[in-house]
Design a protein around this ligand. Structure first.
Ligand code: MN
Ligand code: MN
Length: 453
């Protein structure tokens, strides 16, 4: 006897949509068909049944300068579950005298105690970590299959360092994930703008031009080619990066790309709001023009992107507004974790810019397959019963006070979205049921990434 059947829904996979029942036993999907019976039933008539969404780019309780990002592994994963996300990949950074393995253990301990959903990690390789490259095969065996390389911020690598790190990751078959921006140019433009008294958030996107995000992406793709590695470009914010990726692919480079809801729903005019309001949406790469935003949707429609993740990294109003004397002092990052799956349905599927299967491919299936999360990302027999019952007709207004996220504000505040999860299941357990989140703190399990076999 099955434990649970989700009946009469429209099952959305990354390649097709079909009607049927999904049967769950012992946390796995064990049956797909008609007229399945079980002890417990969820009626999904008129609803979509999708795989649990996979968010491969989140920063929970991440120390940045003197701040720690809001949402710890508990509040963040509650928010994820409420939004239909059942797996996340966060980050590990090691201190100079710490091995990758010890750093992973430390970060795992935090998540283990708190996470409601399953979680994995990217290992960060900063300039101080280049003598640890021989630890890559070992850390991959421990379940870290992807490696974060920065081209911006204090952790940025220069071209020689990128080449060295990409060669090592490539030789081990790992997946490098890249923050691509030209740090030297950004520093020059920030300095120039501040010297002229251009200190408001209006100048944040103007100090990080699209063309130098594209230049950095193009450069790292070529360096990866030289190093014999594939590469995944994080948070593509604009069409010029899309062009770089598409041109490189045509030439045979192994490159994949991610974009995020903030670049698909929001625009840079938000930075012109008064006081802290203009500071709230500061993130990097920055929000771009409305034309850029529209072109990103076109690129999604033509299949250029592989994943839509959030880069969820929130700070509260007080932190965002603590020092408004210069735009580069504002802690960067926005919350998107709870809204992502609905937002992409609403603005993408409901507006017919992408198909329901593309939505599932970008938010669930390809994030799982690209990062080697073998039991996630599809409604298929033998996979984990990570499932969302999604009401495509539900209209709702985003209000920070109604969200599980703890930043206390949302960049999507006031937006009316179409479509919302009714139920979210993780390994067969209902974690979200029409407005209520449940499940034991710490029930989430460590996910090994990099299982591409
Ligand atoms: Mn980044
Ligand atoms: Mn990030």
């Amino acid at each position: 006897m099955l434990d649970l059947v989700i009946k009469n829904g429209k099952i959305v996979s990354s390649t097709s949509v079909f009607e049927g029942d999904v049967g769950v036993k012992d946390g796995k999907i064990t049956a797909l068909g008609q007229d399945l019976r079980a002890e417990k039933t969820i009626d999904a008539s008129g609803k979509l049944v999708t795989p649990g969404a996979v968010d491969t780019h989140v920063h929970l309780e991440m120390p940045i300068g003197s701040y720690v990002s809001r949402d710890d592994f508990y509040t963040g994963t509650r928010a994820a579950a409420a939004g239909g996300t059942t797996s996340i990949i966060d980050f590990v950074e090691s201190t100079p005298d710490q091995s990758f393995s010890d750093a992973l253990r430390e970060r795992r301990t935090l998540a283990e105690a708190r996470s409601l959903i399953d979680y994995g990690f990217h290992m960060t390789i900063g300039p101080e970590d280049l003598d640890k490259l021989d630890q890559i095969p070992g850390i991959m065996k421990e379940g870290c299959g992807s490696f974060k390389l920065y081209m911006a911020y204090g952790l940025h690598l220069d071209d020689a360092q990128l080449y060295k790190a990409l060669s090592a990751v490539g030789a081990s078959g790992g997946l490098p994930v890249i923050h691509a921006e030209n740090w030297d140019i950004i520093c020059s433009l920030v300095e120039e703008n501040l010297a002229k008294g251009n200190s408001t958030p209006h100048w944040h996107p103007r100090s990080r031009p699209e063309v130098f995000e594209a230049e950095a992406a193009g450069r790292v793709i070529r360096i990866a080619g030289l190093a014999g590695s594939r590469v995944h470009i994080f948070h593509v914010s604009c069409p010029q990066v899309v062009e770089e990726i598409s041109r490189a692919r045509a030439k045979g480079y192994g490159v994949t790309g991610e974009t995020c809801p903030q670049y698909l729903l929001l625009t840079q005019d938000l930075y012109d709001r008064e006081g802290v309001e203009g500071a709230l949406p500061v993130c990097s790469p920055p929000l771009r023009s409305d034309n850029s935003r529209r072109e990103l949707w076109q690129a999604l429609g033509s299949g250029l992107f592989n994943t839509i993740s959030t880069d969820h990294c929130p700070f509260c109003r007080e932190e965002k507004g603590a020092d408004l004397s210069a735009f580069n002092r504002i802690p960067g990052g926005v919350p998107s974790m709870e809204v992502r799956f609905s937002a992409i349905y609403s603005e993408g599927v409901a507006k017919e810019l992408i198909s329901p299967s593309e939505w599932v491919r970008l938010c669930c299936s390809e994030p799982a397959s690209l990062f080697g999360l073998k039991n996630k990302g599809e409604i298929a027999i033998g996979r984990d019963a990570d499932i969302v019952v999604f009401d495509p007709e539900a209209e709702w207004t985003v209000k920070a006070e109604d969200l599980q996220e703890t930043a206390g504000w949302s960049p999507y505040e006031g937006m009316v979205l179409k479509g919302r999860p009714e139920y979210t299941l993780s390994r067969g357990e209902i974690l979200y049921n029409r407005g209520e989140v449940s499940g034991e703190k710490g029930r989430g399990e460590f996910l090994k990434t990099g299982d591409w076999g």
